[in-house]
Design a protein around this ligand. Sequence first.
Ligand SMILES: Nc1ncnc2c1ncn2[C@@H]1O[C@H](COP(=O)(O)OP(=O)(O)OP(=O)(O)O)[C@@H](O)[C@H]1O
Ligand SMILES: [Mg+2]
Length: 466
Amino acid sequence: MKILIIDDEPGIRKALASILEDEDYTVFTAEDALLGMEILVSNPVNLIFLDVLLPKMGGIEALERIRERWPEAEVVMISGHANVDMAVRAVKLGAFDFLEKPLSLDRVLTLCRNVIMVQTLREENRDLKQAIMDRGEIIGDSPTLERVRELIIHAAASDARILITGENGTGKELVARAIHYGSSRAAKPFVEVNCAAIPDTLIESELFGHEKGAFTDAVSSRKGRFEAAHRGTLFLDEIGDMSLTAQAKVLRAIQEQKIERLGGEKTIETDVRIIAATNKDLEKECTAGRFRQDLFFRLNVIPIHIPALRDRQEDIPVLLFHFLSKMGKEKYEVDAQALEALKAYSWPGNVRELKNLAERITVMCSERHIGMAALGELLAADLRKGKAETEGAPRPAPAEGGRGSFPGEILRLKYNEAKEVFEKNYLEFQLSQNGGIISKTAEAVGIFPSNLHAKLRKYNIVRTER
Ligand SMILES: Nc1ncnc2c1ncn2[C@@H]1O[C@H](COP(=O)(O)OP(=O)(O)OP(=O)(O)O)[C@@H](O)[C@H]1O
Ligand SMILES: [Mg+2]
């Protein structure tokens, strides 16, 4: 906690500062309000003790200015000539409290603690609001999804470990977040680790952190994700891709609720709720010796399986219209035949693919009415991947559309939007040319695999390895 004292009496500044420094607070002092505000410009503080009678600018005027410019800081007025009117006025102007000189040590310290409490609550409140905004709705009314919703409510009410399974793009992360934000840990961090994206050599330091000098590149010490998720939720995404060595460490961390940083001596207690997700069949992975059975049992306390989109066709139109209304300014109509075709399509990329389609519609379609012809072109990219053997699915458009000329719509977009559309289409094309293999694609286009990973995530690009 940082505190600023503004008082023209050197004795008060000194005495108050020494009391507060004894409590390990960082203290700044100023002899008038103007100097005080100069300090605030470069040092945001939590609390300001502000004298009422000051040279140059009076305390009340200073209070008004400070509240306006630094609303995060609490102001406590101090005065030797206190009267009730003045105190009431100060509080009306947003002062946190009013203290009379001579200052009582007890009251000063209690006040500091109260300010910390208020600020912590305010922060939590802000995080909660943010959380509600980020949370994302789970759309769809199929009975299977209804069952998933029931499980989410059940899971959110407990602290049990959860294993979410489902194909790519079915909404595993969405469900993990819904559980966290529905739980008593909602105001605490939701920390995500994509186990597949972190190289084997780095995963331990990522999860458990390291001390300075633990390995060659460890120039400073660093908190791991377990620590970062303290009192919150740790989401271990793509857990099926974690190496056996890392699995052993995770198992130990889960069992003992304690971790050690790499190269560290001390043991750190953590209170973390684990949600894991995978698109692999972990039981099979166990049998094949690629996944530890004991870890599987630990994680699989509440299993939640999210069915593939093709197995809950009734969600398809609902989701499509949801995405269209969120992304587009227009109200689109989709004709019945086209909707049937969409329902019959196999959706290898599940909801993410459907979301991408909706996005393509809003970018590429100049017409509000989506019929079979438009759909055929829009889905062509997906169909070309050879995944739509389903009967009734629209016929693929000729495959030459991908290169050479841009559709006119792109040329009319803002530069940044056009660049994104290009980047996304380009990467999708390159990926498909390279069998969906990241390393190969990255090499082919001349960027780092980690960079490619990040871009695929950014654009929600579905990767189907062949
Ligand atoms: N029922 C749903 N309602 C609304 N949006 C959904 C739903 N299911 C998934 N989505 C959206 O689809 C996209 C993919 O979902 P998410 O990232 O949760 O999938 P995933 O199962 O984690 O995929 P992956 O295995 O590829 O990581 C996200 O943008 C998500 O918001
Ligand atoms: Mg995911």
